[in-house]
Design a protein around this ligand. Sequence first.
Ligand SMILES: [Zn+2]
Length: 282
Amino acid sequence: MIGVGQAAKRLGVILVFALVAVAAANLRAEQRPAAAHNTVSPDSCPRSTFRVVVDVGHTLDVPGALSARGVPEYAFNLQLARDAAQALRDAGFEQTVLLITGTAPRRGLVERAARANNMHANLFIAIHHDSVPDNLKQDWEYAGLKNQFNDDYPGYALFISNDNADPAASLQFGSALGRELESRGLHYTPHYTLALMGHRRRILVDAKNGVYRYDQLIVLRQTKMPAVLLEAGSIVNRQEELELGTVERRSLTSAAIVAAVEQFCAARSRPASTRAAAASAH
Ligand SMILES: [Zn+2]
């Protein structure tokens, strides 16, 4: 065991490294040429006014789960959310907002929803990375330090709340995002349905695309627009942690987010009568 002071110091050092990596990635992103904005589709959505809030899960001071190699979840969330927000802007969603919160929970969670409500966002996406309950973790040593891992449940997971202002649309977007992730070779983790998850057990509402119901989540239930929480993968899984740290995996997930947002925005922009006709035709 390491002392609390030592652990905090170690966390600080890790965060500094992670943030330097984020800054470098950002610089590269800025040097990238802008992607084509003008994909015209018959029922194209009003991209320039459709506002997506990409919420960076947790805070710098309360950084969430620890990865198998001791990196805090917040560093993964920040990198992926930044990449996803940039990909959305590159696709013409200029109103995309990267939401970074400094206030710790529970107040910070309420604040996230309030900020999204105040800016009249059309869609809220919370970005997280997954872990498992402590009793499912095993010890191992990495770089001479004691860490914990679980290699059993790789994959992403999506969550919606039936207490959200628009649960049907939240599920619609969650399913679209799951479908886009699956079509890019990623797979969701089914372990939230298992009894061993205890009070973290969830109902799988879309068994094809990996969408679970988690009504109590504050950022999903207090938002007045459709809202989804994405666990982008398991950082306690020793193999998946390495993949989640790569630009390639972040690009894949970001591309899935952009494709799902495009579909969702287009579907929402259709007149209600056309939407009903399209729904009955399926
Ligand atoms: Zn989290």
